[in-house]
Design a protein around this ligand. Structure first.
Ligand code: G4P
Length: 308
């Protein structure tokens, strides 16, 4: 599934971050706890080098607590990285971020030497909500459509921490097709016209193996069908999404499933685990390496031909 990709925005964000890199003590990357891998921005890992990073798994109220715990353990094993699960529904959980900032930058955090943390996140992960809670005031606009490129802001949140809000847009993982689906399922990408049946089918294929009992309970199904598409058909029948002649209106059924998933009508669920994503990342890297090798070979052949 293709994601709209605006390299112009991305380059601007990258340039702006590089300009202030020397002033930054650490990075805070806000992620969606349901999709911590797919909501990462690959550029952050490249730019930050060895600088400490705090991964904030926000919206943890929507995610599966067991899988969130697995993600926290996974991130904590990564060099110079710590992680914390928070939810804007319980603002006090966010205040722990301040203590974490100070522990990751032990030479700072005193009067006159605040910790300078660059806060980043792809659209809709809850970065603005997080900033507002940390600052105890409305600094950033929330719930807006993505694509607002604003000037970089410094926000003194008190307690010896200054947040540098990332300028420009940061985009999610785009090389991995699975990430595209998961971003669409969780509502992170909403402005593009997607094929809803396709996305709901992907979601159901996953839920059928990860959360079969919750799925059956939600849609009062005695058994699940063979695959996601057929389960979507069963759900459509149950919910009366029928055309004349009794055919299931798949688009309507898909809308129901996706809306209910986002509205938490199907318990707290996570769409990816660390194991799944490690395997996917290996595949992506192998594919990119193969592509680069083919390109290099083509170039070599072209040069040989040209030189006779
Ligand atoms: P962004 O700056 O990263 O783009 O995200 P923003 O804070 O604008 O939040 C995006 C949406 O996610 C908002 O909902 C916000 O209320 C919601 N949100 C943020 N943090 C949490 C959380 O911890 N849990 C849950 N369940 N939701 C969270 P919206 O429907 O787009 O707007 P609105 O209803 O807040 O107006």
């Amino acid at each position: 599934m293709a994601i709209n990709w605006y390299p112009g925005h991305m380059h601007k964000a990258q340039r702006e971050i590089r300009k202030i890199l020397g002033e930054i003590d650490l990075f805070i990357e806000v992620l969606d706890a349901r999709i911590p891998y797919s909501s990462e921005n690959p550029m952050i890992a490249n730019i930050r080098g060895d600088k400490p990073c705090i991964k904030i798994l926000n919206k943890s109220d929507l995610a599966d607590p067991q899988i969130t715990a697995d993600w926290l353990a996974h991130f904590k094993q990564t060099k110079n990285t710590d992680a914390i699960a928070v939810t804007a529904k319980t603002p006090s959980t966010l205040k722990d971020i301040i203590a974490l900032c100070k522990s990751m930058a032990p030479n700072r955090g005193e009067p006159g030497k605040p910790v300078r943390a660059l806060i980043a996140g792809i659209p809709n992960v809850g970065k603005s909500t997080t900033i507002n809670i940390l600052a105890n005031r409305i600094i950033a606009k929330t719930g807006n459509e993505p694509a607002v490129t604003k000037a970089q802001q410094r926000i003194n949140i008190g307690d010896g921490v200054i947040l540098y809000d990332t300028p420009g847009m940061l985009w999610p993982k785009v090389e991995n097709e699975n990430s595209g689906y998961r971003l669409a399922i969780t509502g992170a990408i909403k402005e593009t016209a997607f094929d809803l049946d396709d996305i709901a089918t992907y979601a159901l294929d996953y839920l059928m193996q990860a959360y079969p009992e919750q799925l059956k309970a939600r849609y009062q199904l005695e058994a699940l069908a063979e695959n996601g598409y057929e389960t979507l058909e069963l759900i459509g029948k149950k919910r009366g999404c029928l055309r004349a002649g009794g055919r299931v209106e798949m688009n309507k059924a898909a809308k129901i499933v996706l809306t209910e998933l986002r509205d938490m009508q199907i318990e707290a669920i996570s769409m990816e685990t660390p194991e799944m994503c490690i395997a996917e990342q290996d595949e992506v890297e192998a594919r990119l390496a193969e592509k680069a090798q083919k390109q290099a070979e083509r170039k070599k052949k072209f040069k040989q031909k040209r030189n006779g």
